[in-house]
Design a protein around this ligand. Structure first.
Ligand SMILES: C[S@@+](CC[C@H](N)C(=O)[O-])C[C@H]1O[C@@H](n2cnc3c(N)ncnc32)[C@H](O)[C@@H]1O
Length: 292
């Protein structure tokens, strides 16, 4: 069995820790999110910003994820991924229809983007640990009565959940073709990522694909989380992410090929860390294809 020895990786300081987790104002261009809120959700243009703030602040009270505090959910990150056109075409045109799961979907903003771009809502699923985020997604996009996509409360680490008609991921076992996992696996330590990946494999059909983005690093290893005191997370570069999927493959009798890329993000780099050979965070965009 392939193993990945990370025992010599000390807890590393993260330059992102000095960036505020909560921004009072939206500082970046949110044109695609604004278009979605105006055209899909029919929110009057002069109300969009106040509406985003109101929903974001409710979510922040539930759990202070930086993707909420820094309005990263407005990126509609799925549409920035190089595989987006391919995935969208698969979801629009395949026969029989393909199914899609956004794992750790939070508001489900990427599902709304897919629907606005023509994907069939009834084949789309969003799952999150926190039901409140799913409800706030309906509030953000004002589509509770119209969206055909399915949302379910589920914990990726929960085994044997989802009794018939109940909540949980198990009802999707063996039914998913494409999983999107954005800012998700990076929340967890190595062993938890192995468990989460093993769970994803159980959810998927044979010819499946996992893609997404998450915080990566120039030096893979264990990093402390700023919240959840005492808990650790494992940050990857493309090679360590392939090793993770090798382990997941061995545990599940499957084989996976990772293609990933590290991208610099403004404000994330520390020249001092770089000079001392300490890892610097990057955004890692990835795709993981099943080979057998
Ligand atoms: C950092 S947010 C990312 C949300 C979204 N994917 C995005 O890119 O904006 C991580 C999400 O994962 C969910 N999550 C955390 N632990 C989970 C678990 N064990 N099972 C399912 N979802 C989980 C959180 O509730 C949260 O909505």
């Amino acid at each position: 069995m392939a193993t990945f020895d990370n025992s010599d990786m000390e807890d590393q300081k993260d330059p992102c820790d000095s960036i505020p987790r909560y921004n009072e104002n939206i500082e970046e261009d949110i044109a695609p999110a604004r278009t979605l809120l105006e055209e899909y959700s029919k929110i009057p243009p002069d109300q969009v910003i106040a509406h985003i703030h109101a929903v974001r602040d409710k979510a922040w009270q539930i759990h202070p994820y930086p993707c909420l505090g820094r309005f990263r959910f407005l990126d509609l990150s799925i549409s920035l991924h190089p595989l987006y056109p391919t995935v969208l075409a698969r979801l629009k045109d395949s026969s029989p229809p393909q199914t899609f799961l956004d794992l750790g979907c939070c508001f489900g903003q990427d599902i709304r983007r897919l629907v606005a771009d023509g994907a069939h809502g009834e084949n789309l699923y969003g799952a999150d640990l926190r039901l409140e985020f799913l409800e706030l997604g309906y509030e953000l996009f004002r589509d509770k009565g119209s969206l055909k996509a399915h949302f379910l409360e589920g914990d990726v680490f929960e085994e044997g959940d989802g009794a018939e008609g109940g909540k949980g991921l198990s009802k999707l076992d063996g039914k998913i073709d494409v999983i999107y996992a954005a800012s998700f696996l990076h929340l967890f330590a190595w062993e938890e990522q192995v468990r989460a990946g093993t769970r994803m494999v159980r959810l998927m059909r044979d010819d499946s694909l996992v893609f997404g983005r998450q915080v990566g690093t120039t030096k893979p290893g264990v990093y402390a989380r700023r919240t959840d005191t005492g808990r650790m997370r494992y940050r990857h570069d493309p090679d360590s992410f392939q090793k993770l999927w090798d382990v997941i493959g061995e545990k599940t009798g499957t084989k996976w090929k990772v293609k990933a890329e590290l991208q610099k993000v403004k404000g994330w780099q520390s020249e001092e860390q770089e000079a001392h050979g300490i890892g610097n965070p990057r955004m890692m965009q990835f795709q993981v294809h099943r080979l057998k």
